[in-house]
Structure formats: C-alpha cells, structure tokens
Design a binder for this molecule. Structure first.
Ligand code: GTP
Ligand code: ZN
Length: 189
C-alpha cells in the first residue's frame, strides 16, 4: 500500500515553482504539480516494498554453480539531490542446497530497491544481503555501474563519469579469482 501523500507533493511543487519565480497558474504549469506528484508516487513506490519478498519464490535444482544475471537496467533517485542516477546492475550467486530463485526475481529486487531515495552503495548491499538471507547461497556478488545526474547536470558537471560499486558476500569475500570470473563475464558481449 502506498503511503505517498499526493496532495502534499502537489502543494510542495507549487511552492517550489513560486520560489523559483515561476507562475504556477500559467497554462503550461497548471497541471505540473499533479503530474510531479504522480511521478514521485511511481518513482518512490519501492519505499513500502521489501526486496526479500521476491526470494520466497524458489525452485529445487541441484545447481551449485554460478548464476549470473547481468546488464539489468535500472534508474533510481539520488537521496542527496533528488535527481536520477541510472545504469546497470549485475547479480551473481552460487546456490546452495538445491535452492535457486526465479531469474526475474533478481531484476525485481533491483527495481524495488531502486524505487526510493537512494545511494548506489545501499542498493548494492541491500540486494546482496537480501539474497544471502533468503537463499543462503555459498556467495553473492553484486556489481552496479551508474551515472549520477547530480554529477552531470549540476555541481561538478562531469558527464560520462561512472560510479561502480561492488558488494561481495560469502565465498566471494575471500575469493578474488571467483570475483574476477564474474567481472570477465560482465564484460563479455
Ligand atoms: N556515496 C554516494 N554519494 C553520492 C551518491 N549520489 C550522490 N552522491 C554525492 O553526495 C554528495 C553530497 O555532497 P554535499 O557536499 O553534501 O552536497 P553538494 O554541495 O550538493 O555537493 P556537490 O555535488 O559536490 O556539489 C556529493 O558528493 C554527491 O556526488 C551515491 O549514490 N553515493
Ligand atoms: Zn546527488
């Protein structure tokens, strides 16, 4: 259930428009507070969701080897500036005890985690920790690469700069050879 207060967002957007010197009553802006409220409700819809829920869907398959879903596109909102950052997530894990999850659930966990005011580091660790807790695999390695609009369109203004975050859990914490294997699969076209 969404706890987003649409009316409050509308009022706030109207105030921002006034504060920057715009006329919220002019034709082009009259519907803008409503549109922005709807947009925020959508972009922050992950706030009341728990990515762990998705990993309740499991299948029994004796595959105690690598599973990697790479190039999962995502976009999120930087919690410092409320502007987007976007890129790709790559999720690798090694199942244990014949417990594998649905491949789409890995992408769903990215989506849910990204749809709230976020830091790239926190998206990365939340996904890794959710998988560890729910699937109890031998290990998880999550890599996220993203461009932050707050570094592109304002402030330091460095378009093209990419931030890479990686979180290793379980056997990936110690095993750099296994981590390198994932990184080479990620680079493969
Ligand atoms: N660690 C981390 N930092 C982020 C992320 N998104 C944005 N930031 C950074 O958050 C920082 C906020 O710094 P502040 O000095 O408080 O704010 P600011 O004056 O707007 O900073 P500048 O961006 O340097 O102009 C900036 O360095 C941003 O680049 C993120 O996902 N992770
Ligand atoms: Zn930012």
């Amino acid at each position: 259930m969404s706890t987003v207060n649409l009316q409050k967002i509308e009022e706030a957007v109207k105030m921002i428009l006034e504060a920057v010197g715009e006329d919220p009553q002019r034709e082009g802006l009259i519907e803008t507070p409503k549109r922005v409220a709807k947009m925020y409700a959508e972009m922050f819809s992950g706030l009341n969701e728990d990515p762990k829920e998705y990993f309740k869907t499991v299948f029994h398959e004796e595959h105690e080897e690598l599973v990697l879903v790479k190039d999962i596109p995502f976009h999120s909102m930087c919690e410092h500036h409320l502007v987007p950052f976007y890129g790709k997530a790559h999720i690798a894990y090694i199942p244990r005890g014949g417990v594998v999850t649905g491949l789409s659930k890995l992408a769903r966990a990215v989506e849910t985690t990204a749809r709230r005011p976020q830091l790239q580091e926190r998206i990365t660790s939340t996904i890794a920790d959710s998988i560890m807790e729910m699937l109890k695999p031998y290990g998880v390695y999550v890599v996220i690469e993203a461009e932050h609009m707050c570094m592109t369109m304002r402030g330091i203004k460095k378009p093209g700069a990419k931030t890479v975050t990686a979180v290793a859990r379980g056997i990936y914490e110690q095993d750099h050879v296994k981590r390198s294997e994932i990184l080479s699969f990620i680079q493969m076209k």
